[in-house]
Design a protein around this ligand. Structure first.
Ligand code: RP5
Length: 170
């Protein structure tokens, strides 16, 4: 019998499958941290009813944090945030028109009352780490995995041969 799939704790949604190369970086990092997630492409303007259905059902499925990516007139993260009081992290997708500055301003400039925590253009890894930090507030084993990830990151920089002379100065 197949193992039941782990309950997703992070809901990742983006406006188009063309956003997947960026959003996959969040999926990959969440996987390294052993955080189950689900990924959907649901346009906020082409399929608004489906997007609202996704958000409405997410909490019941176990999702505690959303990561929402969109490009251009990137209203998707704000629409998700409007329909939930769970944290929403916005990922501005790079575009050909303004390099993603259009996406960034669309997502980061949420008017007061409905927050979207916005990361850098294309910053799906940081979105995953921020989601992990939120979940780790109530999950000590995850907190330990996050700390180990951070420590390994630091060690890899210290181990870079360009820094060999500095280590001896401690
Ligand atoms: C946005 O429009 C999507 O998030 C995507 O970044 C952009 C282009 O979408 P496609 O035309 O590639 O479907 O809604």
């Amino acid at each position: 019998m197949a193992e039941p799939e782990a309950t997703a704790r992070v809901g990742i949604v983006c406006g188009s499958r063309s956003d997947f190369p960026v959003m996959d970086k969040a999926v990959e990092l969440l996987g390294r941290l052993e955080i189950p997630c689900e990924l959907h492409a649901i346009s906020a303007h082409r399929a608004p009813d489906l997007l609202l259905r996704f958000v409405a059902g997410a909490e019941g499925r176990g999702i505690r944090v959303f990561i929402a990516g969109a490009g251009g007139a990137a209203h998707l993260p704000g629409v998700v945030a409007a329909k939930t009081i769970q944290p929403v992290i916005g990922v501005p997708i790079p575009t050909q028109v303004a390099g993603g500055l259009d996406s960034l301003l669309s997502i980061v400039q949420m008017p007061k009352g409905i927050p979207v925590a916005t990361v850098a253009v294309g910053g799906a890894e940081n979105a995953a780490l921020l989601a992990a930090e939120i979940l780790a507030l109530s999950d000590p084993p995850l907190r330990a995995r996050l700390q180990a990830y951070r420590d390994a990151q630091t060690r890899s920089i210290e181990a870079d041969e360009s820094n060999a002379d500095l280590l001896g100065e401690r």
